[in-house]
Design a protein around this ligand. Structure first.
Ligand code: ASP
Ligand code: MG
Length: 404
């Protein structure tokens, strides 16, 4: 008998009615002859509500207490789902992250899973139970509850699928798959039948919010196929896996965007060794993660250095960078928070000339100025004005004739 891990997102368990609908779906999978482990997110906006609630009590909630508080959202959903499944006549049991053996490090709010002790889950499955695991949480060696970062139930699900040797991880939510572009921006966008791990990881990292990038990384590492589909219909959704066919590889698969970009330029710095180190070490120490970095080649031993951060980190990043820029003898430091990025992703780009040229050409034909460019082997990203991002996505989707 094979194990199937299903994960239901917050919108799929937002009400009692929806929980009953999920119970029906889970029952059907069990009837199909698989052993079923279900991971749930908190109902609807519960996690946001709990964060707000803590904020009304204190402006600086203690991380340990915060994680116990946040973990309760998933406990509510998992226990209710277990009750609903039992009510249909199946055997079911809910387990907290700790009871399910999910061991993490001690980084509250962003803990990483270290290992999963599957004994308890396997014992329950052997008894014929459907096992419902509260997502987004684990436990440290000292028995303190941790959470895995926003959207972390995806990671719980894929990690469990890996540890249990599941046949597939099905990720069910209100979005019914991975699209060639955000359908709210590009009405002609269509659902992809399949996509490779590398492509999906780039998409998730560069703005497609459907899945947590960490979950994709884990799936690739353990070669767990993920089916992303809707919990409200029976459409097949999108299969994320390693065996994508050659035909599909030879194209731009999807255009994605992210509005959350701000940039800082340090201008006129004397070009000598150690400049980048002093700046980026300080930023890293302050917990600021830097994305794209560009340094132009120096003219007369004077260079400019530009880097991007998320918008919520721009004030902090300026605070850190300003005194360093001054010490380095920079002539100026300027920030711009009104940026976004648009990316094309596809393994077909590897070793094929012309993708970048076509992207830049399309943007310029639409009067869109490129501020910065970054690339990987299977992605090209242009940083542009935030106000132009959606227009750029539409133009690129059309230009590359993104197709199934
Ligand atoms: N409930 C958590 C969140 O909203 C975890 C999840 O939904 O995956 O971030
Ligand atoms: Mg949630």
């Amino acid at each position: 008998m094979a194990i199937v891990v299903q994960k239901y997102g917050g919108s799929s368990v937002a009400t009692a009615e929806k929980i009953k609908n999920v119970a029906q779906r889970v029952g059907k999978v069990f009837d199909g002859g698989d052993q079923v482990v279900v991971v749930v997110s908190a109902m609807g906006d519960t996690t946001d509500d709990l964060i707000k609630l803590a904020g009304q009590v204190t402006s600086d909630p203690h991380p340990r207490e915060m994680d116990v508080l946040l973990s309760t959202g998933e406990l509510v959903a998992s226990t209710l789902l277990a009750m609903a499944i039992k009510n249909l006549g199946y055997k079911a049991i809910s387990l907290s992250g700790a009871q399910a053996g999910i061991k993490t490090d001690t980084t509250y709010r962003k803990a990483r899973i270290i290992k999963i002790e599957t004994k308890r889950i396997l014992a329950e499955l052997e008894k014929g139970q459907i096992v419902i695991v509260a997502g987004f949480q684990g436990i440290t060696d000292d028995m303190d509850v941790t959470t895995l970062g926003r959207g972390g139930s995806d990671t719980s699900a894929v990690a469990l699928a890996a540890a249990l040797g599941a046949r597939i991880c099905e990720r069910l939510t209100d979005t019914d798959g991975i699209y060639s572009a955000d359908p709210r921006v590009v009405p002609e966008a269509f659902r992809l039948v399949e996509i490779g791990y590398e492509e999906m990881l780039e998409l998730a990292t560069y703005g497609n919010k459907v899945m947590q990038p960490r979950a994709i990384e884990l799936a690739e590492l353990y070669n767990i196929p993920i089916r992303v589909a809707s919990s409200f219909n029976d459409n097949p959704g999108t299969l994320i896996h390693g065996g994508v066919s050659m035909e599909v590889r030879n194209k731009v698969r999807s255009v994605c965007y992210d509005m959350d970009v701000a940039k800082i330029s340090v201008l006129g710095i004397p070009d000598k060794p150690g400049i980048a180190a002093s700046l980026f070490v300080a930023l890293a120490k302050a917990g600021i993660s830097v994305d794209t970095i560009v340094q132009n080649s120096s003219v007369n031993k004077i260079a400019d250095l530009t880097f991007t951060v998320t918008k919520d980190q721009i004030i902090e990043a300026m605070k850190v960078a300003k005194p360093i820029a001054k010490k380095l003898g920079a002539s100026d430091i300027v920030a711009d928070s009104e940026l976004g990025k648009v990316s094309i992703v596809g393994t077909g780009m590897q070793n094929t000339p012309g993708f970048a040229a076509k992207m830049f050409d399309t943007l310029s034909a639409n009067g869109i100025n490129i501020e910065l460019i970054s690339t990987s082997e299977i992605r090209i990203t242009c940083i542009i004005k935030e106000s132009k991002v959606k227009e750029a996505v539409r133009a690129l989707h059309k230009a590359f004739e993104v197709e199934v």
